[in-house]
Ligand binder design. Structure first.
Ligand code: CUA
Length: 313
């Protein structure tokens, strides 16, 4: 029945929870299927069996004690069994082991910000060492969001002004996805994060340098990827259409008019300042809503984004 499991559940069982969750889920599925078929068959068969016939007299039956005990006790045992099976999984899910690495998650419209124990921060991108438990302490800066990592079978609401937690131990190396599972506005479907599970050595290297993936790309191509991954694309178009922020098309080298009436040349310094201190200069006609990316971008990301904006003639 592997094909059926795959159609209903994510193919990868990426954490220690995954198998337990899948087993319980499939048990419930098959239990429901058996009862559905049995009840539906009886509902069809009995009306046919006891249909009207000339001369048939309906027997006078008030109750059947054996039958009543059977249909009370069997479902009761099933329900109690399912309850304890679920409770057992829930208890494991609810309490993280003490040695778990703690990552702070901040959800905001519309990106994920992660902070590691050493203070380094990333956007829409987490790396985790395989086989080590990790605990996420999550909060929101604006509205309800929900952190969902399907491969790990974990999912939890994120509530503004409050902390919620999940944890898991990743067991499968490779790229997994995290997504927002609570409708939070226009950019909801763009609230995606990459979850890379890798060996301890690779993880340490990534923590120190931000990884070497960028070396495989031309700066403007890396910049184009960062625009999607860091959430710039939510507000800044590349085709000239007006978004929450100015479009990047043809912006390079232009004199832009700011809110205070001053003209500012769009060059490396202006673009960098706009990422790090977005409130410093606001383009006339736009609201000061951009979050700061201070500490969230590596030097190679900033260079890539600048090269990309330059290339958008
Ligand atoms: Cu955040 Cu939906």
């Amino acid at each position: 029945m592997e094909w059926l499991r795959l159609t209903m559940l994510p193919a990868v069982q990426g954490s220690e929870f995954a198998k337990e969750v899948d087993d319980l889920y499939m048990f419930l599925f098959w239990l429901s299927a058996v009862f559905f078929v049995g009840i539906a068959a009886a509902a069809l068969y009995f009306p046919w069996k006891y249909r009207y016939k000339e001369g048939r007299v309906t027997p006078h039956i008030t109750h059947n004690t054996t039958l009543e005990i059977v249909w009370s006790v069997i479902p009761l045992l099933l329900c109690v069994g399912i309850f304890f099976w679920g409770l057992n999984g829930f208890m494991k899910y609810a309490v993280a082991p003490g040695e778990a690495m703690e990552i702070q998650v901040t959800a905001k419209k519309w990106l994920w910000q992660f902070e590691y124990p050493d203070g380094s921060r990333t956007v829409n991108d987490i790396h985790l060492p395989v086989g080590k438990p990790v605990r996420f302490v999550m909060t929101s800066e604006d509205v309800l969001h929900d952190f969902f990592v399907p491969d790990m079978r974990v999912k939890h609401d994120i509530v503004p002004g409050r902390y919620t937690e999940i944890w898991f131990t990743p067991t499968v190396e490779g790229l997994h996805r995290a997504t927002c599972a609570e409708y939070c506005g226009k950019g909801h479907s763009d609230m995606q994060a990459k979850v890379t599970v890798e060996s301890d050595a690779k993880f340490k290297e990534w923590m120190a340098t931000g990884g070497t993936e960028w070396m495989n790309y031309k700066p403007e191509d890396w910049g184009a990827m960062q625009r999607e991954e860091k959430g710039c694309a939510t507000c800044h178009s590349i085709d000239g259409t007006r978004g929450q922020g100015p479009s990047w098309k043809g912006i390079w080298g232009k004199m832009e008019k700011m809110q205070d009436g001053k003209l500012v040349l769009v060059d490396e310094n202006y673009v960098r300042e706009s990422m790090m201190q977005p409130q410093a200069k606001i383009v006339a006609g736009f609201d000061p809503i951009m979050p700061t990316f201070q500490g969230l971008l590596h030097e190679q990301d900033i260079r890539g984004l600048i090269a990309y904006i330059k290339s958008l003639k």
